[in-house]
Design a protein around this ligand. Sequence first.
Ligand SMILES: Cc1cc2nc3c(=O)[nH]c(=O)nc-3n(C[C@H](O)[C@H](O)[C@H](O)COP(=O)(O)OP(=O)(O)OC[C@H]3O[C@@H](n4cnc5c(N)ncnc54)[C@H](O)[C@@H]3O)c2cc1C
Length: 459
Amino acid sequence: MPSTLVVGAGSAGCVLAARLSDDPAHTVLVLEAGTVWPGPADIPADLLDPGHLPVGPESAVLWRYAGNLVRGKLIGGSGAINGSYFVRPPAARFGDWNSDRWTFDALLPFFRDLETDLDHGTDPGHGTEGPIPVVRAADPTPFSADFAERCAAAGLREVADLNALDVTDGFGRVPLALSGNRRAGPGITHLYPVLDRPNLTVVGETTVTRLVMRGTRAVGVEWVRGHEYGRTDADRIVLCAGAVESAALLLRSGIGPERQLRALGIPVVRPAPVGTWCTDHPEIGIEFAGTDHGTSAVALEYVLEHGDLEFRPYTPMFTPGLRRVGVTLMRPTGSAELTLRRADPAVPAHIDQSGLVTSADRANLRSGVELACELFDLRFGPVDDHWLRANSGASQHLSGTCRMGPANDEQSVVDDLGRVHGIDGLSIVDLSVVPVPLPRGPQATVVTLAAAIAACYAV
Ligand SMILES: Cc1cc2nc3c(=O)[nH]c(=O)nc-3n(C[C@H](O)[C@H](O)[C@H](O)COP(=O)(O)OP(=O)(O)OC[C@H]3O[C@@H](n4cnc5c(N)ncnc54)[C@H](O)[C@@H]3O)c2cc1C
């Protein structure tokens, strides 16, 4: 009987565990660091409210890192606390994933089968039977409506469906993963509905600290639960701990850049470029005064896609009393780096984003700020590098710390099924493995990839 230990019940972990446990002969154990409430009805109401991003200093459901980076620490992971924006990468901009297996066309059936698109379900490439409900704001706030009018007046194209197969640039209503007025995160859509399966066990409040290796085979994990320490062995371990923590677990277990591991006193099991490249969507925030903001249940109702830039007119829930437009670079040409500062699992990994935005990227962002100023009739001082830095923020979309690629590719850590090169019994299935900057927010892609890899594991 196959058995799999999944580390992390986040966006990818919920989907993977649900799909693998579809086979009653397959035993699946999930260890999650955050809370796993007994059922969806037990989840605190504010965590289900898409109008509330629980990312403030008081939030108890976060991993926190320097540079204001956060990740969700609860069932559903970051997908349980995010902005609900659920947009696929357009086929034409999907990028080369360094894999014959994963093209946009290969992932399309999984995108389709995951969703019930309540607005466009019967259109080509869409689904009406999937567990994730997708809707667009029916009654946008005055600010969002004003943004759309200004885009139209500037001659920009309106896009009816940003998840359409032939989507191109333009402005349109954001596809959102929502069930009525509640977040439809991966815990709700995938894991809770199957939690009573006898072959599936999900244990919360349990943080995996290290992999147990026998030579180059991963045979188990060490974990901590409150004051209790333990070890669990498994035939196969799949890390779904997200782009930061999956990489940190590899590094702490001796899989990573040799020099870094030696400096930290970690015995090297296998040299690998873990954390040496990663990416995000750098955002410049423009805030200005305005009246008649209205109220909204979600953070973002409209976006404008313009080349590699995405313009986000945030609804007032983000900046009460102010208007805020995010100008975001979706395909930066630089890269960030993730390293460990200590071998101690209690010390968070460090993410250095200083190399993410190159001078070409800054020029691109500057042109985006100029376009936003034209759209909103705004004028302010020179948009120089200093101004860009002072107004920059994080999209919280870190990806690519353990990139997929063939074994002979020096930059790759896993193969295209997430199996760690040179290590038996160990895979990664989460946003760590996506090897290119994603041209749209990552949520739709990460759950789709988990479903697609699960289908391959099941055969
Ligand atoms: C505030 C915020 C807003 C966002 N908004 C959007 C949006 O609107 N649209 C969009 O497309 N994307 C958005 N994102 C990004 C998106 O949510 C994430 O990229 C995506 O959820 C990542 O999925 P994942 O499976 O890789 O990791 P996660 O969903 O983060 O899951 C990782 C899971 O593993 C658990 N874990 C980690 N380490 C351990 C360990 N050692 N032991 C046990 N468990 C562990 C974590 O607690 C977590 O549950 C947002 C992210 C954040 C943080």
